[in-house]
Each structure stands twice: as structure tokens, then as C-alpha cells.
Design a protein around this ligand. Structure first.
Ligand SMILES: NC(=O)c1ccc[n+]([C@@H]2O[C@H](COP(=O)([O-])OP(=O)(O)OC[C@H]3O[C@@H](n4cnc5c(N)ncnc54)[C@H](O)[C@@H]3O)[C@@H](O)[C@H]2O)c1
Length: 504
């Protein structure tokens, strides 16, 4: 039987305080002996959890002692794999709080759904554990800030899973840009042209056998009906209660690289988004069809950083024929997915094509340099843990917070404007108001063409237009929209409230 959480919140706080004190007492010994093996608990043993398992199995400085999952099938499958390769079977745990209370655990590595990331990380750090947390590091802006503060307060090593930060190709390409090799770079375009089919009709589906749904839901409130998507795992990405759409799924890899290459270690000052969840009715030839997702599958977000600009384009419909000539040339393909970042310099371009391949072009699109090679992001985390030095990390909590923040801020504008269906002319007028170094009109025209190519009636007003939001990057508050400020956090379920501010 799956374990139900037995600790109430008061008990848990007391327990973690004790655990934090004892773990803090244990940890320095690890620093004194970099050869000591780190005990790691994997939290979330699904698709991505498998990569975490492989990474720690492949590192001779780590041992996987626990696998935590609310799905016993997922947990026992991973435990079997670990036992086979490591020799010793890890303990299977249902409730992550058990590993926070276990002083033998040095670090946790989490690949749960997004809505759990921050609470898991803050609880772990309060209990004295180092953390590797998947991207997006948080489900909302307040949670990202909480992780930054927790890492500082508890002096824990906290790495976010944007692995490009450890990739030789991307590191070298960013250095190439910083050295001025393509001139002045003020604009980056992130692309997530990644085909995403409908996740099936909105419905009332059974909770799969064995799953502890209360623990799966964690900090999110329990909805009625409880499960409205066909496939329980993974497809939560497209339901905003748990996920953040592709702007917050694939997006944080590219928003992170874009920020890095632009050299903007801060939040943007102005944001506007337009988009929609479109095309599935045309695809199914059923005008009444309601897909279970409620995040955008088509979204353009424009970010003003004062002297720099980032534009992010999300496309989930068929992406064949959907780019313009320039993007096709830069990515070297006319069809299929295009996932990457383009940096526009006064003397050329740099394109991040994959996690381990970037290309620099001159203004005439001649290749001037290629960058190849990956890296070991998990190894970088282990190294930082052993040295007890956050500066060793390639992607610390603040990096994760700022890059996930790009996604969250874009989505806030989109969600606020969701009911505001706008014509292409109205969107054109609105995007002209944001200081932007991009040709916003060309991006809009390309988006409309893409929808048309996918059978969406563009004569009407298929797209929703969000408000132009002004953001104070230091205070992390919007200055012109109270509703937007409410969306910097969420409504939490009792017992699973992510601590923020003094409560971190
Ligand atoms: N860095 C990357 O390249 C990369 C790639 C894929 C996914 N991810 C990230 O990894 C995360 C997981 O993605 P996925 O595709 O594996 O999703 P998934 O839904 O397939 O797997 C999530 C797993 O977490 C488990 N889980 C849920 N709540 C839990 C809880 N409270 N305690 C313990 N386990 C819990 C689920 O049962 C499931 O096994 C996402 O946040 C995603 O963004 C990162």
C-alpha cells in the first residue's frame, strides 16, 4: 500500500529543524574529504529521473541510497536498475520527507513534476541536503526566490537542471559572443518549434492504480475532477495547475542560454505575450473538441531588458514550413523541429542548435566557427558539493530562478489576456508599444502564417493578447497590474505551502 504522509506540518517543521542541525553537523566532514562517497536520494523516478539515476551511477563519488516516488512501479523499476549496476538495492520511499529526516542522505536529485520542485528543494535545504533540481526550478516567481534564499541561508549547494551550462559547445559559443566576435549583440530569439500533439479530450479519468495522488498533488490544490487528462504522467506539463506549457518546459533551456549570451543577469523590465492553444479542432476535424491542456501551444513573448531584448517563440502545431528563410538558413533545415537560440550581432549570428552544437555565421550566413561538445552537469554538482563551494556550480539557484522567471513572466501576460481575443491588427498595435530590438511585426506575420498552415482560421481572432506588463526586477513585483502580482505565487494546499520570505 502506498504510504500516506503521517507527519503533520508542525511535527514536520520540528523534525526538519532537528534534521537541519544534525545534517549541518555531518556535512563538513564531506568537505574535509573530497574522496568520501556522497549518498544521493533520487526524488521522482519517471522519464527524467532515469537520467538522474544514470548520472549518479556513472559517478564514482556518489552512491544512490534512496529512490522516492509516489508511483511504486516507477520506484521499483529504478531500484532494480540501480541494484543491478550498483550492487546494493536502494531503499524505496513514497514520501520525500522521510529522506529529509534521514541524516545519512547528503544530497537529493529531483525530477518530480514542476509544481513540486521548489517545495522539495526548500524542504531539502532546510534539512541540510544539497539539491539538484530539474528545470524549471520553480512553478512561480516567489518559489524561485525562496530557493535562492534557502541556498544562501542553509549554505547548501543548489544546481538547476539546465545542462547546457555545463556543455563545452555552449560555453565556448557564449564566450565567443562576449569577446565581440559577432559585434554587438542586443537581441536573442529563443525557439521552441517542437511538435506537441493534443493530449486527448478533457475528461474525468481514474487515478492509476498504486499512485498516491495526495502526495503527487502536493503543493497544488486538489481539483474536481481530480484527473482531467488521459495520460497521468508527463502530460501534466500542459495543465497550468502543475506545469508551465512549453515556454516553461523546453523553454527554460533556451531562455537560460539566451540570457547567458546576452549577459543579462536580471529579470526583464517589460513583458508582453500573445498566443493560444490552437489547431487541435482543425486537426481532429471536430469543432467541438476540447483538449485537456490549458497552456499555450502557440505563444510569442517579448522581453525588454532596457538595452537588450529577448523574444521567445513557442510552436506546438506542425512546424514544417513554419520558419522564415533566415531561420531556415541559420538552422540548416526547412522542415521539422527547431529548438534553439539565435543571437543577432552587428557583424553576424550565433545559433545554439543542440545542447552540444553551436554555429557562428557572418552577416552573409557563411559559417565562421562551429562549437561542439557536451559536458557533465551532474558531475559539476557533485564537484561543488565535495568542495562546499557554490561558485563551482555552472547553474546555481539564482541562474535557475532568473531563467525560469522568463517563462513565468511570459505566461503571466498570456494567462491574463487569455480571454482577450485579438485580431492581427490589434496585436500589431500592442507589440509596437514594447521597446523591442526585434522586428515584432515580422514575428507576428510569421506566427499568423504558421497558424494558417495548420488550418486555423486566421480571419477571425484566434490569438489572445496579454497586457504589456511592467516589472520591477529588484522588487520582483509588477508595477502596473495587481492581478499579475497575484500570479507571482499560487494557492497552496495546507501542509504543502512553499515557505517564502522569513519562513524560508
Ligand atoms: N533537464 C532536462 O533536459 C529535462 C528533460 C526532461 C524532463 N525534465 C524535467 O524533469 C521533470 C520530470 O519530468 P518527467 O518527464 O520525468 O515527468 P514524469 O511525469 O514522467 O515523471 C515524474 C515522476 O515524478 C514522480 N513524482 C510525482 N510527484 C512526486 C513526489 N511528490 N515525490 C516523488 N515522486 C513524485 C512521478 O510519479 C513520476 O514518476 C520535469 O520538471 C521536467 O521539466 C528535464
Amino acid at each position: 500500500m502506498p504510504q500516506r504522509p503521517k507527519l503533520n506540518r508542525r511535527h514536520f517543521v520540528a523534525a526538519t529543524t532537528v534534521a537541519a542541525a544534525s545534517a549541518a553537523a555531518v556535512r563538513p566532514s564531506l568537505a574535509q574529504s573530497a574522496n568520501e562517497t556522497m549518498n544521493v536520494a533520487i526524488i521522482g523516478a519517471g522519464g527524467r529521473g532515469g537520467s538522474h539515476v544514470s548520472a549518479f551511477l556513472g559517478n564514482d563519488k556518489t552512491r544512490i541510497t534512496h529512490v522516492v516516488d509516489i508511483d511504486p512501479k516507477a520506484a521499483s523499476q529504478r531500484a532494480g536498475q540501480i541494484e543491478k549496476e550498483q550492487g546494493k538495492r536502494p531503499e524505496i520511499v513514497t514520501d520525500m520527507r522521510r529522506v529529509f529526516d534521514d541524516a545519512s542522505v547528503d544530497a537529493i536529485s529531483t525530477a518530480t513534476p514542476n509544481h513540486w520542485h521548489a517545495l522539495c528543494g526548500v524542504w531539502a535545504m532546510q534539512a541540510g541536503k544539497d539539491c539538484y533540481i530539474e528545470k524549471p526550478i520553480c512553478h512561480n516567481i516567489a518559489e524561485g526566490r525562496a530557493l535562492v534564499e534557502a541556498a544562501k541561508k542553509y549554505k547548501r549547494i543548489c544546481q538547476v537542471g539546465t545542462q547546457s551550462r555545463s556543455s563545452a559547445a555552449v560555453q565556448e559559443a557564449v564566450k565567443f559572443i562576449a569577446e565581440g566576435n559577432i559585434g554587438e549583440v542586443k537581441l536573442a530569439r529563443g525557439l521552441c518549434y517542437k511538435r506537441r500533439k493534443s493530449i486527448g479530450p478533457l475528461g474525468d479519468y481514474p487515478i492509476p492504480e498504486g499512485i498516491d495522488f495526495a502526495l503527487w498533488t502536493g503543493p497544488a490544490t486538489i481539483t474536481d475532477p481530480k484527473v482531467t487528462r488521459q495520460r497521468f504522467h508527463y502530460d501534466w506539463h500542459w495543465q497550468r495547475h502543475y506545469g508551465n506549457g512549453d515556454l516553461g518546459n523546453q523553454g527554460p533551456h533556451q531562455t537560460d542560454i539566451a540570457r547567458w549570451g546576452l549577459g543579462v543577469d536580471r529579470h526583464p523590465e517589460q513583458i508582453i505575450s500573445y498566443g493560444g492553444r490552437l489547431g487541435y479542432r482543425a486537426e481532429r476535424k471536430d469543432p467541438t473538441y476540447i483538449d485537456a491542456g490549458d497552456t499555450a501551444n502557440t505563444e510569442v513573448s517579448i522581453y525588454d531588458y532596457g538595452d537588450k531584448c529577448l523574444v521567445f517563440e513557442t510552436r506546438g502545431l506542425s512546424v514544417d514550413n513554419s520558419a522564415d528563410e533566415e531561420l531556415n538558413k541559420l538552422f540548416g533545415s526547412t522542415k521539422g523541429n527547431k529548438i534553439g537560440v539565435v543571437f543577432y550581432g552587428t557583424d553576424g549570428y550565433v545559433v545554439q542548435k543542440t545542447y552540444s552544437h553551436c554555429i557562428a555565421y557572418d552577416k552573409d550566413m557563411n559559417v565562421i566557427k562551429e562549437f561542439k561538445g557536451g559536458g557533465d552537469h551532474f558531475g559539476n554538482f557533485v564537484d561543488a558539493c565535495n568542495r562546499r563551494d557554490t561558485d563551482v556550480l555552472n547553474a546555481d539557484a539564482m541562474t535557475g530562478h532568473l531563467s525560469a522567471g522568463v517563462s513565468h513572466l511570459g505566461n503571466i501576460s498570456y494567462y491574463l489576456g487569455e480571454k482577450n481575443k485579438a485580431s492581427a491588427d490589434q496585436i500589431s498595435e500592442a507589440v509596437a508599444k514594447i521597446p523591442s530590438l526585434d522586428d515584432n511585426q515580422a514575428t507576428l506575420a510569421r506566427t499568423m502564417q504558421h497558424l494558417k498552415d495548420n488550418g486555423v482560421d486566421t480571419n477571425g481572432s484566434p490569438l489572445s493578447l496579454g497586457p504589456l506588463l511592467k516589472f520591477d526586477p529588484e522588487a520582483e513585483r509588477f508595477t502596473n497590474n495587481d492581478e499579475a502580482n497575484k500570479m507571482l505565487t499560487r494557492e497552496y494546499r495546507e501542509g504543502f505551502v512553499c515557505p517564502t520570505g522569513d519562513k524560508v
